[in-house]
Design a protein around this ligand. Structure first.
Ligand code: SF4
Length: 467
């Protein structure tokens, strides 16, 4: 049994993640596996493209008609006795949760996996008032115990190896160190079972809201959401306003591709349909649904960005992204990471930290090719880059100057040849000079500038004139 090296904890800076071989190894292994499973399972479909187009059409319709559909959804929920709240931002959402927790004198709560709850930092909000919060998804529980946030949309602890989790459970849950997945799962189950019994409040997200019936759709693999929605006497569901679809058939279209793209499964382990008259576990349940905007209306109103709201949070774009694969999710510093995070974060949480994220992409286009909702992610990345450049905010003078000079040399053949001549000359006369200059600018601290050889034109000419 190998002894794990302590995991460094949350990786904050985009560049720093590349220094952790453990993180890289865990990411390589997990992403390779999930991509393989996805390809195999999608191969069973008669036409992947047709399925993607149907899903894209459903999401486009839901988003374009969200106003009317949300009204219908709200009316259905209220008819069933569910209290509906509207939250313009994270403060509103937190206020709803805190009011309910205070009124019902909640001391313990169970959270089902929810990226929206992560985005709104609801766990932190509730814990700050003294309410105990248990994340009940296994991966979420692991990162909660590690004091981290999820590093992937569907696989929160994808960045951690079994050894890291074994050490974590040994430290936090007091079990003997093991890397055995079954033993680790049983330990988490034992730990969480008591929380389910004690919880006075369940908090969930929503994969979809069906307007015609007021049904909340929840997807999971572990059964924890079933328990979080059945056992506590109070249930609060947070749903992004973009998640509404008109009917059950539309929900089926989404469900058909969600698990296939997320985890390479034909269907998720559990799909729960919470109708407005959801009974709870033998006792009357107090139900609330909080419809959250938090920047979504602004994205909707910006026609060029609207298709980002079609996202079904499958994580497939993260799995194929070469940048995500090198740095992991924490490096993005936001609830959402990978290509979809690089697009959503600057719009949902504008600021100097997030506006850099669209540049964290090689623009290889793989994300756009796998996205089951056919969101043109590379186009969004370019749009956000252009918007940042147009604002000029935070682009250093030297960088702008550098690119102007570069453009000059690239646009003139004479200047280009001249630059190569001096580069070669510099490398020959003072080896290491160019590297030292680039190093001072912060570049090439981890790689050497290759020696400039003969130009393509020179080689081509040589090839045309055999000796
Ligand atoms: S952008 Fe597309 S691939 Fe990425 S999480 Fe959303 S639906 Fe999945």
């Amino acid at each position: 049994m190998s002894t794990p090296t302590p995991f460094p904890g949350p990786v904050k800076a985009m560049g720093s993640a590349v220094h952790y071989p453990q993180l890289r190894a865990a990411l390589d292994k997990a992403l390779g596996l999930v991509q393989h499973k996805r390809e195999v399972i999608l191969g069973e479909l008669p036409s992947v493209e047709e399925a993607r187009q149907r899903l894209s059409d459903v999401r486009r319709y839901g988003v374009d008609n969200a106003g009317a559909l949300l009204q219908q959804f709200e009316a259905q929920l209220q008819d069933g006795g569910v209290t509906v709240h509207w939250a313009a931002d994270s403060e509103d959402a937190a206020a709803v949760l805190l009011e309910i927790a205070k009124r019902r004198q909640i001391t313990t709560s169970v959270f089902a996996k929810s990226m929206l709850a992560e985005e709104l930092e609801l766990e932190h909000t509730l814990r700050a008032t003294g309410v105990e919060v248990f994340q009940t998804d296994l991966g979420e529980r692991v990162v909660q115990l590690a004091g981290q946030r999820p590093s992937h949309i569907t696989a929160p602890c994808l960045h951690m190896s079994a050894a890291m989790i074994g050490q974590l459970f040994h430290d936090k849950l007091g079990i003997p160190y093991t890397e055995d997945a079954v033993q680790l799962t049983m330990a988490a189950r034992e730990d969480l079972r008591q929380a389910f019994f004690a919880a006075g409040l369940g908090v969930t997200g929503a994969n979809l809201g069906i307007a015609e019936s007021g049904t909340i759709v929840l997807v999971e693999n572990e059964g924890n959401i079933r328990m979080a929605t059945l056992m506590p006497p109070v249930l609060v569901t947070f749903m992004g306003i973009e998640k509404v679809v008109p009917d059950l058939e539309s929900a089926h279209t989404v469900l058909n591709l969600l698990a296939k793209n997320a985890t390479g499964q034909r269907l998720p382990g559990y799909v729960s349909f919470l109708t407005p008259d959801w009974p709870g576990d033998g006792q009357p349940i107090e139900r609330h649904v909080v419809m959250v905007d938090a920047g979504r209306t602004a994205i909707y109103n910006d026609g060029a960005q609207r298709s980002l709201l079609w996202c079904i949070r499958c994580g497939a774009c993260q799995n194929v992204c070469p940048v995500y694969g090198r740095v992991g999710g924490h490096a993005y510093g936001h609830a959402y990471s990978g290509p979809i995070g690089a697009c959503l974060a600057p719009l949902l949480s504008p600021g100097p930290d997030t506006e850099k994220l669209p540049f964290a992409s090689s623009l290889c286009g793989a994300c756009g090719e796998v996205c089951p909702a056919k969101i043109p992610l590379p186009r969004h990345l370019l749009h956000l880059r252009a918007a940042k450049v147009a604002r000029r905010r935070g682009t250093p003078l030297m960088e702008r100057l550098g690119f102007r000079i570069w453009r000059f040399f690239m646009q003139s053949l004479f200047a280009y040849k001249l630059s190569l001549f001096f580069h070669r000359l510099g490398q020959a006369l003072v080896p290491g000079l160019v590297h030292a200059i680039a190093g001072r600018l912060g570049w090439h601290s981890r790689r050497r500038i290759p020696k400039v050889g003969k130009s393509f034109r020179a080689l081509w000419k040589k090839g045309r004139r055999p000796q």
